[in-house]
Design a protein around this ligand. Structure first.
Ligand code: FES
Length: 84
């Protein structure tokens, strides 16, 4: 069985990200070799996914202007704008 090919796209900090319908934002970012979703507020440490199930909040991003969205829970939508 072959792997599905990307059929939608969105932007992350202005860069084009290819995604497969049904993928979460986090999965699509990892698939596109994005390993840093944000930096911590005080220490500036890089963060990505940790739990992958909506518990830790390490993966938060801004989606279409709405802050603090857990990228591991939100399905990628064609044309959405995601930022750190
Ligand atoms: S990776 Fe833990 S909430 Fe998303």
């Amino acid at each position: 069985m072959s792997r599905p090919q990307p059929d939608i796209s969105f932007t992350f900090n202005g860069a084009a990200i290819q995604a497969i319908t049904g993928q979460t934002i986090a999965a699509a970012l990892l698939d596109n070799d994005v390993r840093e979703f944000r930096k911590t507020r005080f220490e500036g440490e890089p963060r990505s996914i940790f739990c992958g199930i909506g518990v830790c909040w390490d993966c938060v991003v801004t989606v279409n202007g709405v802050a603090n969205q857990r990228s591991c829970l939100i399905e990628a939508v064609n044309g959405m704008a995601v930022t750190s």
